[in-house]
Structure formats: structure tokens, C-alpha cells
Design a protein around this ligand. Structure first.
Ligand code: GDG
Length: 490
């Protein structure tokens, strides 16, 4: 079996400092969970940034690196200046909003390109140092788009794959980037480039064609005398973790406490506090529901968990203030001594509570303005072994290309989103169950292990083999009334 070198900005570890040194633990969630299977595969190694480790003398640095090696990881240590330029500046200040079509927060002065190139070069160095002939190299996400090209120059024979976890935007938007050629050429150092949806894959091929003038077809690009294959690989979750978690005794007690006597319905939102997640408009739609349908006052509440994120980027501070103000306004307008409409939790909650929220929700609100995939939607479905609960899902989440039995909404259309909440809250049990059963079938059949497996198999196979499409094209079919058409399965 081939050895795998995983490469991502963050290592799946948490380094904590104490008085007498540090402890290194594996972290859970997100990419860490997604790649756990691949990391356990053969003798994989994972290269990435272990997070800010503070000033370490040579001796302590060596001890830390040894601890990390024990977990099968290789650190790329970044200075505070590198993090500010590469991560906060270029990756999260420019690429993140642009790739999510949030042009309002784009900076006037583009910063961090030099650091982005330097840090990508350091990652490429670390891979080259650890590379052995016949390894599969799998690079992840928008922070490291130059790495495949840099590696290709040093290791012409290496088998290199790249997966983009966020959307690839339409060429009209991508073409505005001053660094567009360099970024595309970086990605084209890969043998295989993977995306969550067919639409992102098409957007990438269009951009390569229009910007570099390369010959492209839907699954292949001819560039610099090489073939680069493209594929659609929608990421999934580990359904067993959520099924078991949702059925635990302590979780059941928490669910009972959340639901109370059942007279007040429960809407739930769980997100990083990020402007792409649509939290402000989700709150406005809840406001509209209470304004337009007063019968819901005192009979429904929204629990919104918003995990602080990227606090070093200005747009995130502004968002925090906006959400604080909206929550305050809704609670001030409608709240009574006995009922608080919005329960807002601005911190991460333990996984037990996450399971309980998924399990207790009458409707789960996943309404991002744009999202590569959105794992929360799939985790919710995986947790609902009771085959109940409604998923309200944005058309602009990658997950909408697969989860067409959700109640699909345009999150920019606040009034109709409010109506979708009403529809979810009043949906008859047989319809709820039929939709949830169909959603569960899909989420259970397309889990995170099949995602990693299919990407690695496609990367390992012969370079001339094409990668088959996996799912129906976007947009999902809709009924004229704005409802959802159930996807027919052959
Ligand atoms: C990127 C793309 C794509 C959230 N709150 C808590 C908590 N979480 C966990 C969830 C979920 C994860 O965080 C969030 O994953 P998402 O997929 O929703 O979003 P991003 O972080 O933006 O991820 C995204 C993904 O990459 C994978 O390709 O789907 O589109 O943007 O797992 O459960 N976990 C705990 N407490 C919380 O309060 N324990």
C-alpha cells in the first residue's frame, strides 16, 4: 500500500502550555475527523501548522517536534508575522470572502501575497523533505494553492492531489484576483484536483480556459505538457459517531431538558461566527416570522451557537457586533418575563451538547450565504436516528446539491425564508419522516470514509483514467412555489 502525505494548514493537534512545559493532544472535528481514516491508513504522515506555540528555545522545540512525530505529524512552525500576512491577510482576508462571493468585505489594499508565497514554499519544502518515491501527496484547501506547483518543479514524478474545501467561484469573480494566473498554475501542479460539487469543478475549468487559455474538458485539463484530472468528491461525515452520540443516556437527558413540556418548538443554528454562514439574515428571518405570524410568539425559540472564529480579521469583529445587536433587538422587541425568543451562545459547546441540539431540534437552520459543503447539515441528519426533524438548507451550500429533500431556501430572501421556517414547524409528521429517511439514506451511503477513499483511489490510479461525476448537477430541481422536488433515484 502506498504511503500518504497529508498536507493542510492546521495540524489536527492542540498544543497547550503549562507551567512545566506543554501537552499535545489530537483535536476533533472538521478536517481532523474527515482525514482520520486516511491518516490511519498505512504509515501516513500529516504536515501542517501546529498553531501558535509561543517562544520556544531550541531544546523545547525539539521536544515538541518529537511529541508531534509520535502522532504521525510534522510541524511547519509559523511566526506571528507569517500568520498575520499569509493566514489573516491573504487567505482569510482576500481568498475566503472572494471565493464565497462576499465582495463587500474585500480589502482595498491587498496584503499578504508575499507571505502567502513564502509560507507555501515552506510547506512545499517540508513535503519534499519527507517525500519518498511512490508516496501519494494530498494537499488541502485555499491556504495552500501554490504548493502543488512548487512541488511539481522539485518532484516531477510525484503523485500530487489537491482538494478545495470551499467553493470555487465563477470565472467572472475569480478573474478579478491580481494573482489569478499564479494561483491557477499552482493548482495545476496537481495530478488530480477535487471539489465538493460539479459547479465548483466547472468554474475551475472555465477559469483555466479563460485565464490561461488551456485546453479543458469537464474532467481534464491539458497544461504544460501534462494532464490534470478534475473530480467531484462531496465530503461526508462519520454517521456512526453521530448515531451513537445522539442515543447516549446523558444526551437523552439534555434533550428532555431542552424540549421541556414540548409546548415551545425549537429551531437550532450551529456555525462558526463567520459572515458566510448567514447568521444575521437567519435572525432577520426569525424576526420576520414573529412579526408576520404572531401566533408563534411564545411558542418557538431559536438557539444559535456561534463559535468565535478568526478574531484577528476585522470583518469578524464587525459581524460579532451586528449579531449581538440583532439578538438584542429581537429579544427586546418580543421577549417576555417567561419567554426569550433567541438563546445566543457565543462560544464552542462540548460535543455532547452538540448531539443534544441536533437531536432536540424541530428544525435545523443551515442557511449560509455560500458554503463549500456544510458538515453541520449532514451531522444533523446523521444524528436523527429517530427519523424526525426538518432540515432548512440554503441553496448556496454545497450540501444542497445532494440533500434535495431538505426545505431549500434562498437566504437572501428573508421573507420567504421566514415562511420556510413556518413550513418546517408545521410540516406533518409523515412528510417530515419521509424526507428525513431519504436524507439519511444519502448521508449514510456517502460517508467521510468513502469520500477519502474515492479521492485517494482516483489519485492512485493511472493518470490517463478519467474521474466519473458523482452527483446530479446544481441547481437542485425546485417546484414553482419555491418548494422542493424530491430527487428521483434510479
Ligand atoms: C470548511 C468549509 C466544508 C461547530 N460548532 C461546534 C462544533 N462545530 C463543528 C461542527 C462541524 C464543524 O465544526 C463545522 O464544519 P462546516 O462544514 O459546517 O464548516 P467550516 O468550518 O466552514 O468548514 C465547509 C468543510 O470545510 C469540510 O470540507 O463543509 O463548507 O467552509 O463539524 O460539528 N463542534 C463542537 N462544538 C461547537 O460548538 N464540538
Amino acid at each position: 500500500m502506498k504511503r500518504i502525505i497529508l498536507v493542510s494548514n492546521r495540524l489536527p493537534v492542540t498544543v497547550e502550555h503549562g507551567a512545566d512545559g506543554f501537552t499535545v493532544t489530537r483535536s476533533v472535528g472538521g478536517l481532523a475527523t474527515a482525514l482520520r481514516g486516511a491518516h490511519a491508513w498505512a504509515d501516513a504522515v500529516w504536515i501542517g501548522w501546529p498553531g501558535a506555540c509561543g517562544p520556544l528555545d531550541e531544546h523545547r522545540r525539539a521536544r515538541l517536534d518529537l511529541e508531534l512525530a509520535r502522532l504521525g505529524t510534522v510541524p511547519v512552525h509559523l511566526s506571528a508575522e507569517e500568520v498575520a500576512g499569509f493566514y489573516d491577510g491573504f487567505a482569510n482576508g482576500l481568498l475566503w470572502p472572494l471565493f464565497h462571493y462576499i465582495t463587500g468585505v474585500l480589502p482595498l489594499r491587498l496584503e499578504g501575497w508575499r507571505e502567502y508565497q513564502e509560507v507555501n514554499a515552506r510547506f512545499a519544502d517540508a513535503v519534499a523533505r519527507n517525500y519518498r518515491p511512490d508516496d501519494l501527496v494530498w494537499v488541502h484547501d485555499y491556504q495552500l494553492m501554490l504548493v502543488p506547483g512548487m512541488l511539481r518543479r522539485r518532484l516531477p514524478e510525484a503523485r500530487i492531489g489537491f482538494f478545495l474545501h470551499i467553493p470555487f467561484p465563477s470565472v467572472e469573480l475569480f478573474a478579478t484576483l491580481p494573482h489569478r494566473e499564479k494561483l491557477l498554475e499552482g493548482l495545476l501542479g496537481s495530478d488530480l484536483v477535487g471539489f465538493h460539487t460539479d459547479a465548483y469543478r466547472r468554474h475551475f475549468a472555465d477559469s483555466v480556459h479563460r485565464i490561461l487559455g488551456a485546453r479543458t474538458d469537464p474532467y481534464r485539463i491539458r497544461h504544460a505538457g501534462r494532464d490534470v484530472r478534475l473530480g467531484t468528491f462531496p465530503i461526508g461525515v462519520d454517521p456512526a459517531v453521530f448515531a451513537e452520540g445522539g442515543q447516549r443516556q446523558d444526551v437523552a437527558r439534555e434533550v428532555a431538558a431542552l424540549r421541556g413540556d414540548g409546548s415551545c418548538k425549537l429551531l437550532v443554528g450551529i456555525d462558526r461566527l463567520d459572515y458566510t454562514k448567514g447568521i444575521s439574515r437567519r435572525l432577520l428571518a426569525f424576526d420576520a416570522l414573529l412579526a408576520n405570524r404572531p401566533e408563534w410568539r411564545g411558542r418557538v425559540r431559536l438557539v444559535q451557537i456561534a463559535v468565535p472564529s478568526r478574531t484577528g480579521v476585522r470583518a469578524y469583529t464587525r459581524l460579532r457586533n451586528e449579531v449581538d445587536a440583532l439578538v438584542g433587538r429581537i429579544n427586546g422587541t418580543y421577549g417576555t418575563a417567561h419567554w426569550t425568543p433567541v438563546h445566543y451562545i457565543n462560544r464552542a459547546v462540548p460535543q455532547t451538547q452538540l448531539f443534544a441540539f441536533y437531536r432536540a431540534a424541530d428544525a435545523m437552520l443551515v442557511t449560509p450565504l455560500r458554503d463549500g459543503m456544510n458538515l453541520v447539515a449532514k451531522e444533523f441528519v446523521a444524528t436523527r436516528t429517530d427519523e424526525d426533524g426538518v432540515l432548512v438548507l440554503s441553496e448556496f451550500a454545497g450540501a444542497a446539491a445532494e440533500l434535495t429533500e431538505a426545505v431549500l431556501v434562498n437566504p437572501y430572501d428573508v421573507e420567504r425564508t421566514a415562511e420556510a421556517y413556518h413550513r418546517a414547524l408545521t410540516m406533518p409528521a409523515p412528510e417530515r419522516q419521509a424526507r428525513m429517511r431519504a436524507l439519511r439514506r444519502h448521508v449514510l451511503e456517502n460517508d467521510v470514509y468513502s469520500w477519502a477513499d474515492s479521492f485517494l483511489r482516483a489519485l492512485a490510479i493511472d493518470r490517463s483514467t478519467s474521474v466519473k461525476p458523482t452527483f446530479a448537477p446544481w441547481p437542485p430541481r425546485r417546484t414553482p412555489a419555491g418548494g422542493v422536488a424530491t430527487r428521483s433515484r434510479s
